[in-house]
Design a protein around this ligand. Sequence first.
Ligand SMILES: CCCCCCCCCC/C=C\CCCCCCCCCC(=O)SCCNC(=O)CCNC(=O)[C@H](O)C(C)(C)COP(=O)(O)OP(=O)(O)OC[C@H]1O[C@@H](n2cnc3c(N)ncnc32)[C@H](O)[C@@H]1OP(=O)(O)O
Ligand SMILES: Cc1cc2nc3c(=O)[nH]c(=O)nc-3n(C[C@H](O)[C@H](O)[C@H](O)COP(=O)(O)OP(=O)(O)OC[C@H]3O[C@@H](n4cnc5c(N)ncnc54)[C@H](O)[C@@H]3O)c2cc1C
Length: 671
Amino acid sequence: MTKGTQADVNPDLKKERLKCNFNIQEVTFIIDGGKDKTLQRKKIEDVALNIAASIDEVPEECLNLKERYDNAVRKSCVYSNIVKNELLEITGLEALGSPGLRRTADAFFKDVSPFMLHLGMFVPTIIGQCTPEQQAHWLPKALEMQIIGAYAQTELGHGTFIRGLETTATYDPATEEFVLHSPTLTSTKWWAGGLGNTANHCIVVAQLYTKGQCHGTHPFIVPIRDLDTHEPFPGVKVGDVGIRMGFNTADNGFLRFNQYRIPRENMMMKNAKVMKDGTYVKVARHEKLTYGTMVFVRVTLVMEAAFNLAKAATIAVRYSAVRRQSQPKPGEPEPQILDYPTQQHKLFICIATAHALQLTGLWLWRTFEAVLADMRKGDTDSLPELHALSSCLKAVSTSDSAALIEQCRFACGGHGYMLSSNLPLLYSFVTATRTYEGDYTVLLLQTARFLVKAWEQAESGKVLTPTVAYLACAAAKEKVVWSDSVDGMIRSFQAVAAGKIAACAENIKRLTKTGTSLEDAWQLSTVRLVAASEAHCRAMICQAYWHEVTRLTASCSASVKIVMEQLATLYLVYWALETTGDLLRYSTICESELNKLQLKYEELLALIRPNAVGLVDAFDFRDEILHSTLGAYDGRVYERLMEEALKSPLNETSVQSSFHKYIRPLAKGKL
Ligand SMILES: CCCCCCCCCC/C=C\CCCCCCCCCC(=O)SCCNC(=O)CCNC(=O)[C@H](O)C(C)(C)COP(=O)(O)OP(=O)(O)OC[C@H]1O[C@@H](n2cnc3c(N)ncnc32)[C@H](O)[C@@H]1OP(=O)(O)O
Ligand SMILES: Cc1cc2nc3c(=O)[nH]c(=O)nc-3n(C[C@H](O)[C@H](O)[C@H](O)COP(=O)(O)OP(=O)(O)OC[C@H]3O[C@@H](n4cnc5c(N)ncnc54)[C@H](O)[C@@H]3O)c2cc1C
């Protein structure tokens, strides 16, 4: 946070901060995952942001496409030196996933670094898919930035359906090499971040053929460009996929191979090997371990969703405290727009959702680490549950985050539409997360597979895994008794999920009994399956969020406990009101209880109102990271808007050349 002097702060924001009745720092510690994490983050920010302050002479958005890319590469090199020389010193390899690194990256790049996928997927795949010997070879080079990598899985013709990928890697025992080939246009690798112009290496997911047999998709490390000249090697065709809605500095690329050879050792061999003579040896105990990087990234994307939403909420809440509009009471001053209950309705759910996703994301991360520890001992029993959990949480968190960031933009009126508010760029960045690393619907359907199986187990009285244990109680198929206590609401959300899952299972059973194949019965049920999966995910977020708030505030000051519980209750009541149809169907809730719930919601908005600015201050974003005229700590909104407007290249001269070229001749009838 760039606090400046108090004299510089907008008077309304100053008053808001005096109203705040809880200890902001305590909430920051909770959100970061502990005081030590906050201190480490701040240390990283202090080191990195000293340099970031002077990194851009011209606003990124005023540059043309090519200049923007070159500028992003320049900044990536400065930043990667900081990561290598300073940040890794502070935290070791852990720095790669640390909030400090994530936040400071945003100070350097308003859009995205072309190196993001190098750190975000190339390095994690080396760690997750290579043998220790391979790691010893590749990891130091990658961390030292001697090589820069991308992750090329998606093709022009297939992204979701990995088993349908067409790129082939055929083993040639005579030379002990794999021959990579792109047999069709649709087999062209497409989308990989960093691939178009930046990367010199690439992880390529291809169908493995050896001894005339296909063994399905496997990952390979493929050198694609000469390290000195950067020219693509013969047999490699690589380029940029074209202009995108966002991610325009991420260098998303395409890649084609023409009988291109790589050494046998470049197959990532932790989970499966090809011996010198071409014999295929499966090492992994679980079929889907080659999908490991995707599970890892899906887990991290939940906190990524929280992080971006927290930024948007900070911008919109601070702006709403500064902005005054309309005159609901004649003769009185215009109120701060934050005083309108409708504005509170738009924004407080954003703060609550950022908390819900962050605390659920931290819990998911711990679950991921526990499953990883089991897998190191050879036990993969909990992988299906982790896959189900990470799939639905990735889907719902990214979707909620994108929708609410857009809501924050709406909440800022016309000024929210300015690029300098940073809300449009934030939205275009986050809306992609709903698609990449597994499309929303596709991932919810993956979770649905797990849920239907769990339901069948519940019906036959089997012991259920923790995240679906609630299905055991629901097997009685009676409406749950509604209560507006927190536990009562969570029980009702679970009853809704259980009811929807049961209805799907019954529908599939009914269809198969009357002669429909299981595959068709599944397809005919997918609209309901997606809804069931969403309901399950919502119930899980509510439970995890409330559980974490209770646990983490147990030793906090009373005022922090109160405000954290108010927000969590708001989240639950909001979702109860959003899903009244479901509650009427699966619980005993009635009209009068719905009215009571609405009143409770409005009371919560009023209770949270005095702490709204304090709550977004607790996200602790420095101005360099927010990049927003509307959201800076000092609230000098109008001054900043004007300053940014004057930086527009269209203000460099008072008359543009197009006037003399076109407008004047047009007026004179000479065009
Ligand atoms: C130095 C300067 C640097 C600058 C800075 C930066 C700092 C930034 C830091 C980082 C910041 C942000 C982090 C984000 C970075 C990442 C950005 C990522 C960009 C995007 C990358 C991509 O998109 S990569 C491509 C991803 N692609 C996908 O996700 C494809 C989705 N499809 C699938 O996953 C699968 O095809 C499928 C799951 C949909 C189906 O697979 P398949 O057909 O094989 O399976 P089935 O459906 O038949 O199911 C069979 C059984 O297998 C089970 N299953 C499926 N998947 C898994 C799994 N992953 N794990 C475990 N089990 C699995 C499935 O459940 C079935 O089980 P049963 O029901 O029991 O049969
Ligand atoms: C910004 C960005 C960055 C990316 N970076 C990378 C990268 O670095 N590396 C990489 O390999 N890939 C990357 N991708 C690709 C990304 O992973 C895929 O786009 C994503 O997995 C979705 O696949 P698709 O594009 O094939 O969509 P499709 O699967 O074609 O989806 C289109 C529609 O069909 C529906 N659909 C598809 N299958 C089913 C089904 N079985 N049941 C019901 N509905 C279905 C979907 O819900 C969706 O509505 C990136 C994408 C974006 C947008």
